[in-house]
Design a protein around this ligand. Structure first.
Ligand code: ADP
Ligand code: MG
Length: 235
């Protein structure tokens, strides 16, 4: 579904992606992991055409996407940092995003799921971080797309909201969708990821299932398996 070839991205002198190759098949949950600053968001933004790489190619649904924008209609995206206009209400924001996208939205069940009914008339600037994140989740899931990209969707969520998010991701998978997700919550990755993509030094350092990573590092716990990866004990 997504084919990334020899992707290079530098910000000034800082090399973030250094000839990254990655192939994501259609259907399933892919966890993009890596230390802070390893380029997860940069990779995601390259796929979305929000960051332009210096070199390399990205193929989505058999077509090169560099310089194109139509393909974005086929992607649901939840950004890591959502800078919502502070003066809009939640409802106004939802309506605005619906008007921007040329496809039907289904937000009512999501609003109910995350208990946002009582917040709809509030200004975004007055919401708590966790509530803003729930709005962010509604915006990402209210459209029907085959590819869903979630950049740190778990930040600031309470445990109940986390369970709802997990179920939404699993439901999307059961519908044959592809989900790319970054998160620091390893228990979530352990539970739902079909494949881990681990970024380090601008490249994919490990790609495979959670059980493969545990097996190859000789660790039962995912946190320890990843720590092991980082110590470069894994070859
Ligand atoms: P991650 O999401 O894995 O934490 P990012 O992709 O956000 O990492 O960032 C990777 C590196 O690139 C960081 O060192 C970050 O400071 C830098 N970076 C990201 N975006 C920019 C930008 N627009 N300009 C300059 N540096 C950037
Ligand atoms: Mg990031």
């Amino acid at each position: 579904m997504i084919e990334v070839k020899n992707l290079h991205k530098k910000f000034g002198k800082l090399t973030v992606l250094d000839g990254l190759d990655l192939s994501i098949n259609e259907g399933g949950i892919f966890a993009v992991l890596g230390p802070n600053g390893s380029g997860k968001t940069t990779l995601i933004k390259c796929i979305l055409g929000m960051v332009i790489p210096q070199d390399g190619e990205i193929i989505y649904d058999s077509e090169s996407i560099l310089g194109k924008s139509d393909y974005r209609n086929k992607i649901n995206y939840m950004p890591q940092i959502a800078n919502f206009p502070a003066n809009l209400t939640v409802l106004e924001l939802i309506e605005m995003v619906k008007n921007l996208r040329p496809k039907p939205a289904n937000e009512d069940d999501l609003i109910a799921l995350f208990g946002l009914e009582s917040h709809l008339e509030k200004k975004l600037g007055n919401l708590s971080g966790g509530t803003k994140q729930k709005v962010n989740i509604v915006l990402a899931f209210m459209f029907d797309s085959n590819l869903i990209i979630l950049d740190e969707p778990t930040t600031g969520l309470d445990p109940i909201a986390l369970i709802h998010l997990k179920k939404l991701i699993q439901k999307a998978k059961s519908q044959g969708k592809t989900i790319l997700v970054t998160t620091h919550i390893m228990s979530l990755v352990d539970e739902i990821a079909d494949e881990i993509v681990f970024l380090l030094d601008g490249k994919i350092y490990f790609k495979g299932s959670v059980s493969k990573l545990k097996e190859e590092t000789g660790e039962k716990h995912l946190e320890h398996a990843i720590a092991n990866l980082l110590k470069k004990q894994y070859v």
